[in-house]
Design a binder for this molecule. Structure first.
Ligand SMILES: [Ca+2]
Ligand SMILES: [Ca+2]
Length: 217
């Protein structure tokens, strides 16, 4: 699988595909014994119905031009079903071989509000997409302690490192919200602008209701 780790969903898909091969093989074998040619129409239909589906996501980190390191998961009933590789600088995520259904897309990055897109449909025979290159799902900057709210704790943490270079400090490098190499006035300004924002009210979207989560590609 490209871009995703093997989870329960992967093994379920593998089981379904194995069953499909058995059915196709059984059908063809039975036809051959009776001196007939196996129907290629039937084989094509099976492959179309069971073809793996890709889900493509475009995400972006507010205030940054490099959107690396966003972790993306597809959840069902609060359980992680698929995990993608963290994004590269373009913020693109790809889940491969997803079974049809409705999922919650979860996006996380250090220093940003945890973000969710609810009710993402994954439909047989179509590529699902969340966000576009032009309008990616934006992660809100400033949740330094990752407690789903931008507030006094984050402000306090930023002030503790104010006017310091981040090089060599992996544990708090994400306080540098604009990736300037230093925790400073711009980071403080960004955090203040987003003060009081939280995941429930400001970073939880419903695919059915919200643009730009419909893909147009
Ligand atoms: Ca916080
Ligand atoms: Ca900075």
């Amino acid at each position: 699988m490209r871009g995703a780790t093997r989870t329960a969903g992967h093994w379920a898909r593998a089981a379904v595909l194995s069953l499909a091969f058995l059915l196709i093989f059984g059908f063809s074998g039975g036809a051959a014994e009776q001196g007939e040619t196996a129907s290629t129409d039937t084989v094509e239909i099976w492959f179309e119905v069971l073809a793996p589906i890709d889900v493509v996501v475009y995400a972006a980190l507010e205030t940054r031009t490099d959107h690396s390191g966003i972790e993306a998961h597809l959840l069902k009933d609060d359980e992680v079903e698929y995990s993608a590789e963290p994004t590269g600088s373009d913020g693109r995520v790809e889940f491969a071989g997803v079974i049809a259904g409705e999922y919650t897309l979860s996006l996380n990055a250090a220093g940003f509000l945890a973000t969710a897109v609810l009710d993402v449909p994954v439909i047989q025979g179509a590529q699902s997409q969340v966000g576009t290159e032009v309008q990616p799902v934006l992660l809100v900057a400033g949740d330094l302690n990752h407690n789903d709210r931008i507030g006094l704790m984050d402000l306090t943490l930023l002030r503790q490192r104010y006017d310091q270079e981040v090089e060599g400090h992996e544990d708090w490098a994400h306080y540098d919200l604009n990736q300037s190499g230093r925790v400073g006035l711009m980071d403080l300004t960004i955090l203040r602008q987003n003060y009081d924002k939280n995941t429930d009210d400001d970073a939880t979207y419903n695919y059915e209701d919200s643009e730009p989560f419909f893909g147009d590609e």
